[in-house]
Design a protein around this ligand. Structure first.
Ligand SMILES: [Zn+2]
Ligand SMILES: [Zn+2]
Length: 362
């Protein structure tokens, strides 16, 4: 994530800010410009964005709920921003506490969309493609006892996220029970988006599918049986040499989705490191484990360029966290085989992104 600056006063801003702490101006995120902008209210209820003063903007329909600070051109017939136009079902906001849980999910979802847009990935919603468009259901468990609990997952473009994942105590309990080193809302959404983009970017394309199978295995393996086996037997010994996480061993689709999520973790965190000018050069390592992020991580030349920066920075930040008695920021080890899988994702995102950019320009 970039660091943003108030165009009116120079104050440094976060992505989520809705008001400048220094000059008090309202702020909104302009996804078409990739920036947070200070705003000037206009007489008709729209806004002049200081970052793009040529046309008026309006807030997303979800703004009054405190869950979205994204904007769209004032003359846009659609009321929802490019991130919220993918929502299908949201939780019942008359139930106490649901608005807060939904707001946490939206904060993570907007960060996901920031990355997807920055990578130039194709984003159809259910209006654009009623059968396969990307859509989200954020659902609370039904109140009846013994009713089926909401399962987080992906089904033909529809991502379901259980609302309870936004409850920190509940998510931490699940993390412990599942033996996971890392469980976050952003991680869930990045993972589930991987299932969507696996379908969307590979689909039935034979050449790509063959490369997918070389990398992740044969996805025609019975999915339900594979998951049942994973939950009863766990990951095979030595999984760390080939997989980014224990869950990635369950099925090739899960391996891809886990790898995809890690690609987004790495690209976004490196952009943040670059925004802060973070450079690591540990004296004890005599030139090894040094890194500086002097490139745009969303347009990296290769996976090698990303990994060369990522490993030293992740090691440094893990060490900082340990100094504070916190768990590692990035509690994973990337084996050479896992890096090959990340390289597949890198190639996949960049190929389609280039094609999409070309199409948009035509
Ligand atoms: Zn300001
Ligand atoms: Zn929105």
């Amino acid at each position: 994530m970039k660091l943003f600056v108030c165009q009116a006063c120079g104050q440094v801003l976060y992505f989520e800010n809705v008001r400048c702490e220094h000059c008090g101006r309202g702020l909104g995120y302009l996804p078409d410009r990739g920036t947070v902008s200070a705003l000037e209210p206009l007489a008709d209820g729209t806004f002049k964005a200081l970052a793009a003063p040529d046309k008026p903007y309006k807030f997303c329909t979800n703004y009054p709920y405190g869950v979205c600070n994204w904007m769209l051109p004032a003359n846009d017939g659609v009321g929802y921003c490019v991130a919220c136009r993918h929502n299908h079902l949201i939780p019942d906001l008359t139930a106490p506490g649901n608005n807060l849980l939904w707001a946490r999910i939206e904060a993570a979802k907007h960060r996901l969309f920031y990355s997807l847009l920055k990578l130039g990935l194709p984003l159809e919603n259910r209006q654009d493609d009623p059968e396969h468009g990307l859509a989200f259901d954020f659902l609370a468990d039904p109140p009846r006892a013994h009713a089926q609990a909401v399962m987080t997952g992906h089904d033909h473009g529809l991502i379901t996220l259980a609302l309870k994942e936004a409850d920190d105590a509940m998510r931490e309990k699940l993390r412990g029970e599942m033996g996971e080193p890392y469980r976050t809302l952003l991680g869930h959404l990045r993972h589930e988006s991987g299932h969507y983009f696996c379908d969307r970017l590979i689909g039935g394309e034979q050449k790509k599918l063959a490369q997918f199978r070389d990398c992740f295995g044969d996805e025609r393996a019975d999915y339900a049986a594979a998951l049942a086996k994973h939950y009863s037997e766990g990951a095979p010994a030595g999984w760390q040499n080939e997989f980014v996480s224990a869950y990635a061993t369950a099925h090739p689709w899960e391996d891809f989705a886990e790898t995809w999520a890690h690609y987004l973790h790495i690209v976004d965190t490196l952009e943040t490191a670059r925004a802060f000018g973070i450079k690591v050069s540990p004296r004890a390592a005599r030139g090894e484990l040094s890194a500086v992020v002097d490139f745009d991580s969303h347009n990296a030349e290769s996976m090698t360029q990303l990994i060369d920066a990522w490993l030293p920075i992740a090691f440094a930040v893990n060490s900082l966290n340990r100094s504070m008695g916190q768990p590692d920021l990035y509690p994973f080890v990337l084996a050479p085989r896992t890096i090959e899988k990340l390289a597949f994702v890198h190639a996949l995102t960049h190929r389609k992104a280039k094609a999409a950019r070309k199409k948009a320009a035509a």
